[in-house]
Design a protein around this ligand. Sequence first.
Ligand SMILES: Cc1cc2nc3c(=O)[nH]c(=O)nc-3n(C[C@H](O)[C@H](O)[C@H](O)COP(=O)(O)OP(=O)(O)OC[C@H]3O[C@@H](n4cnc5c(N)ncnc54)[C@H](O)[C@@H]3O)c2cc1C
Length: 421
Amino acid sequence: MALGYRLQQAGVETHVIEAAPRAGGAIATEQHDDCVVECGPESLRPGSMPAWELIRDLGLAPQVVGADASAKRRYLLLEEGLVRTPEGILDALRGPLVGKRSFLRIFAEPVVRPGADRSASVRDVLARRLGSRLADKVADPVVAGIFGGDPHALEFASVFARVQALEDQHGSWLVGGMRRRAPRDPAAPKVPFTFRDGMQTLTDTLVEAQRDQLRLGARVTGLERTGGAWRVCTDDDAVAVDHVVITAPAHAAAALVDDSLSDWPHAPLASVHLAFVEADLPRPLDGFGWLAHSRVRRDVLGAIWVSAVFRSHARPGVALIRMMVGGARMPSLVDESEHGLVEHCRGVLADVQGLHATPLWTHVARHRPGIPQYVRGHAARLARLRRDLPAGLHVAGWGYGGIGLADGMTAASELAERLVR
Ligand SMILES: Cc1cc2nc3c(=O)[nH]c(=O)nc-3n(C[C@H](O)[C@H](O)[C@H](O)COP(=O)(O)OP(=O)(O)OC[C@H]3O[C@@H](n4cnc5c(N)ncnc54)[C@H](O)[C@@H]3O)c2cc1C
């Protein structure tokens, strides 16, 4: 939809064809009891100019809500319990997570030689650059929390492409990070952000902006090359175009372009919201939340303390917690009944946070096939796919390159520029 909007702005006749009766894909926001409940993405990362420019051009800047300052505080659930991630150099040096040994390894990162294996796993690259001790502690919970995946299986250069680019350009993450320029627009958010009424504000606004070119409830069932043009067929219609950009997930694209796409792996995920009376909590929610190491718990990926991160997303007096379960760790959990998932999450909260209160209400959303898994070899597979696509056929979206929304918006503006040229 971001691409459709950019092309429309450039005066290109565009058709956006969406199989579902609603637009937005994984982005879906619901309102419950004066609280904002995200079924899909919770926030956008700062620092992406294409994402920010899109938001600004859509007139959404006044609705942007930044994460609370306390959200910088994050916890990992390790053998020793909930461990706070460091918020500064001294904190890192003294705290249990990094400590003196790993601290020295981090400082030595600029002298570590770039690795030769472009398909190395997240765990192996972290161990090579920062040492095994730190890699073993952080790779697992972080990869589970962001990608629902396994750090031994996922390919570093694909899932952390921006960090890989720092190594490619500067030989070091630390040096590259220090040289990275701040976004050119001083109004651009510096912290993770959302919108007053939630993430769906973005897709609802994109829908409004391109009503005339958007078709909902129209599944693309076939692509035919006729002469120099493409015929895009849906169940009851067809349209002729010069270029087709497939943004459907790989398994859906398989029937349209290449059968082998049906094997690209995904990790299903369930998102469970639990709302509590704030006064019933044994301790206040004072950060972003926590991510669990699979050595400690395989039955949960982590928890976001929504009402602490975005205060306006919960009505006063309500503590809103969002738990993520399933992923590559325990995909079968996603098939549990709604009641089963809620009871499971209540048990986890009792164990991890000492929270035994009865929730005011709960909400469950499931994502199947879920988060695309860029497993080792992904970049090579994607390059082959792109190379072999016939002229005028393109793939974009999180199914192929870049899991986050900002990655999708960046790809949209780059592709729009190429197609308009
Ligand atoms: C639980 C969860 C939490 C997340 N949290 C964050 C976060 O906090 N921050 C962040 O940046 N990202 C987050 N993400 C990732 C983010 O949601 C994705 O980057 C984004 O939604 C991908 O958008 P997309 O358009 O590429 O794909 P999708 O949203 O999957 O959309 C693909 C669309 O293609 C349509 N389609 C499929 N087949 C066909 C067909 N044959 N014809 C026509 N249409 C078809 C589908 O109906 C769907 O609407 C999260 C994802 C999940 C699931």
